[in-house]
Design a protein around this ligand. Structure first.
Ligand SMILES: *Cc1c(COP(=O)(O)O)cnc(C)c1O
Length: 478
């Protein structure tokens, strides 16, 4: 066989595929043991990591691709372990990952209907399912896209197109959006990408719970108007990234309605509770939004990237990109089935299949169970912290994101920061747990996102005991 025939050989694929699935099943089984063989994060500094893989490529110790994949698996961060409590990316349901494998091999391009018929229809069904749970009416519509960052930018481009035809005319107005100062950095970036500059993003102060103080919207709006800046949209965070705080969406929605502004909800992390009877109250008012972004890869169990961008008035999804690419589209809009007309991407992943397979196999009840479990876990962790005298939380958590810190006896703020920084570094190098850190009002806080539904009070207690243990080693350099 020549190289091309080898690379595409079905029997080689069959053998390797079985071996890879066995390897991944063993990994899953190990992850769920009380004491997994693998660390959560096999920490290596970036330069050493680069060198390790440069050496791998130039002097392969073994040409077998399966051994290579085994190394990648072992040396990567392991989201399926219940001691993974770090960033907001979920351990995907294995069935959804299998759909990803199928999508990877089929490589349906999705830009036009012919390049992905079934996945295109499933995309519409997934979007409709999200729209219904958002409380939108039958005119709602949208797309799946590659991440919350791109979804937020896409929504804001739609908002702008309702206000001015920048595609055609260029910029003729100073435009701006309003968003809480705790919003994800990608909203700031979107305003700058759209060419609005620093003045194009007006940051609304937050309350002690890090939620937007909606009473500031009116005065900030008046101030912008007096400077000749046209505010065209308000972005609500549901929830904010650092502390998991949900803005008062009903209040923002009412403000936007009063001034005919576009209301976008960045629900990348926290719109998932629309599927939960217990927690959907966090999102009260979301049904008044013009557009909502929701990541399935954060709180809805699919591999990255899988994001829904849903518009309350479906026609708004067609106005985002008014550019014409006639070689792709034979007729004028609306053609729901030629998705590139409405998505930033041309070619994109068959991401709908990863959601659809969970819906058809388990129903939305699966999402409800997941969301309830992980948000309950936020409260479990906060309660454990409260029981221990030397720990505090930044706020009572509203969801599965908890910011907390260790309070060494007699330490001032700077020393407390140093101790917590050291705790986080030591954890990283140790590798048995993974948590992150954030800065709130200039102070350093440890932060968990409890995305693994199999994390229990046991792992949370172990984490705290581990941190307390190091603190007592006395080698903390202040
Ligand atoms: C994670 C997050 C984003 C970014 O989403 P990606 O899918 O990582 O691009 C945006 N906004 C909020 C509030 C987030 O939590």
């Amino acid at each position: 066989m020549n190289l091309l025939e080898q690379a595409y050989d079905p029997e080689t694929f069959r053998r390797q595929g079985h071996a890879v699935v066995d390897m991944l099943a063993d990994y899953l089984a190990d992850s769920f043991r009380p004491a997994p063989a693998l660390p959560v994060i096999p920490w290596r500094r970036p330069e050493a990591q680069l060198q390790r893989w440069q050496e791998d490529l130039t002097t392969p110790s073994d040409a077998d691709p399966l051994l290579f994949l085994q190394s990648v698996l072992e040396e990567s961060i392991h989201l399926h372990q219940p001691r993974f409590m770090g960033h907001q990316v979920c351990p995907p349901a294995p069935l959804s990952a299998l759909a990803g494998l199928l999508g990877g091999l089929l490589n349906n391009g999705m830009a036009v209907y012919e390049m992905g018929g079934p996945a295109t229809a499933m995309e519409r069904i997934v979007v409709e399912t999200v729209a219904r749970h958002l409380g939108f009416g039958p005119e709602a519509d949208g797309v799946l896209t590659s991440g919350g960052t791109l979804a937020n930018l896409t929504a804001l481009l739609s908002a702008r197109s309702r206000f001015a035809d920048v595609w055609q005319d260029g910029h003729r107005h100073s435009m701006a959006l309003m968003v809480s100062e705790e919003a994800h950095y990608c909203v700031d970036r979107a305003a700058r990408i759209m060419g609005w500059g620093e003045q194009g993003i007006i940051k609304v102060p937050v309350d002690v719970q890090y939620r937007m103080r909606a009473e500031y919207l009116e005065p900030l709006y008046a101030e912008a108007q007096s400077k000749g800046i046209a505010i065209i949209a308000v972005v609500g965070s549901a929830c904010s990234t650092s502390t998991g705080s949900f803005d008062d969406l009903a209040a923002i929605g009412a403000f936007c309605a009063r001034h005919s502004l576009w209301f976008h909800v960045d629900g990348a992390h926290g719109a998932a509770p629309i599927f939960s009877t217990k927690y959907k109250h966090l999102l009260a008012g979301i049904e008044t939004a013009d557009s909502v972004a929701l990541d399935f890869h954060k709180m809805l169990m699919t591999p990255a990237l899988t994001t829904a961008l849903v518009f309350r008035a479906g026609r708004d999804s067609y106005r985002t990109f008014s550019q014409h690419a006639q070689y792709l589209f034979s007729e004028q809009e609306p053609e729901w089935y030629n998705i590139a007309k409405r998505s930033f991407e041309c070619t994109k992943l068959m991401m709908s299949v990863k959601v659809y397979i969970l819906l058809r196999t388990y129903g939305v009840e699966l999402f409800a169970e997941y969301v309830d479990r992980v948000i309950d876990n936020g409260k479990v962790f906060a309660a454990l912290l409260q029981e221990r005298p030397r720990w505090e939380t930044a706020i009572a958590p509203q969801c599965n994101i908890v910011c907390f810190r260790y309070l060494p006896e007699g330490a001032d703020e700077a020393e407390t920061d140093a101790v917590n920084r050291r705790i986080r570094e030591t954890l990283l190098e140790d590798g048995r747990f993974y948590i992150v850190q954030t800065t709130l009002k200039g102070r350093l806080w440890l932060r968990v996102t409890l995305v693994n539904p199999f994390t229990t009070a046991r792992e949370m207690t172990e984490l705290l005991e581990c941190c307390e243990g190091w603190q007592h080693l006395g080698d903390v350099s202040l």
